[in-house]
Design a protein around this ligand. Sequence first.
Ligand code: FE2
Length: 383
Amino acid sequence: MLYTHTTVKRIIHGAGCIKNAPAEAQRLGGTRALIITDPGIAKVGVQKPLQDALDQAGIPWSLYDHAELEPSVDSIASCAAAAKEFKADVLFGIGGGSALDTTKAAAVLLTNEGPINQYFGMGKVPNPLPPVILIPTTAGTGSEMTSISVLADTKNGGKWGVVSDYMYASAVLLDPELTIGLPPSVTAMTGIDAFVHAMESFVGKAATPITDALNLQAMKLIARSIRRAYVNGGDLAARADMLYASALAGMGFSNTQNGIIHAVGTAVPREYHLPHGLLMACLSPLCMGFNYMAQPEKYAEVARILGAKDEGCTLCLAKKAADCMAALLNDLDIKAGLQPYGVTRDELPLIAERAAGNARLIGNNPRPANAGQIQKLLESSYK
Ligand SMILES: [Fe+2]
């Protein structure tokens, strides 16, 4: 079996490193910048330090602040049109996963014909992209480190990914100061999402020694710092751990896939409007309990990282991973299961069928799972 590991080739990290953004743009030959973000970020002004730094360096910029929470095919076309109109030769994506995914997809349309949906799937983008610099302001999606842009196809109601090695950012800036203002609940949900990326990639079938190294370190950083970041958003060391962990997990899962937690979480109907990180969190203990027997050594490692005591029995330790996750969720004030969030029991067959049909994710899960098993698993958590 042969493996290929691909990743972003330049990462600038450290508190205040956003000041280096203009130098990075210039290094890549950028002279006119489009800053891409979402309306929420723009309203709070999280992108302001980037604008100030570009002003100081004399690099003209324009702000596109219409990135959608679930970026649609049309929104990518409008973002690319804004870049063309401004004659931007470098794109900055700043924000959460949606803003970064919008940036990567819009960059595709600067050197390739639209619409973007013709590139859904793996490796279908023909031409390399202009310079893209990504700056995450949440610690969760790891989108800055991945080669995928997840988009909503409004025509068929589905969510699809454009995946291409060309979509790796030219440079990534990880500045923990930008995440200081994240509210506790967002810190908790996005932080657990990052942990789940690392864990699902670590226990999954496509794991390699390289992704294991990345994912183990990601889980360790999150385990030691998520509670601190939750109770004290101003704890810069904890914020740095969370941001770097999210990026490490992104480097890992971009080369593997996720597993059953993502399969079930993304199968929950969108009408419930449950944040992705919340779904990942509330489904984790249940799905870890389902999986641990298929990969006892690795789940034992997860349990150790989450603080379980090793009493010499690998399987017993592996089983504790789910309990440790439940205890962590309790500390973060997140309830486990779908029932507390109003998902009714009669939705479970549909969710289970959709999840089982997600071959990309279920195919990487250490334990095979069909719709009947997933439905039974979800029902076991209903009272
Ligand atoms: Fe996720």
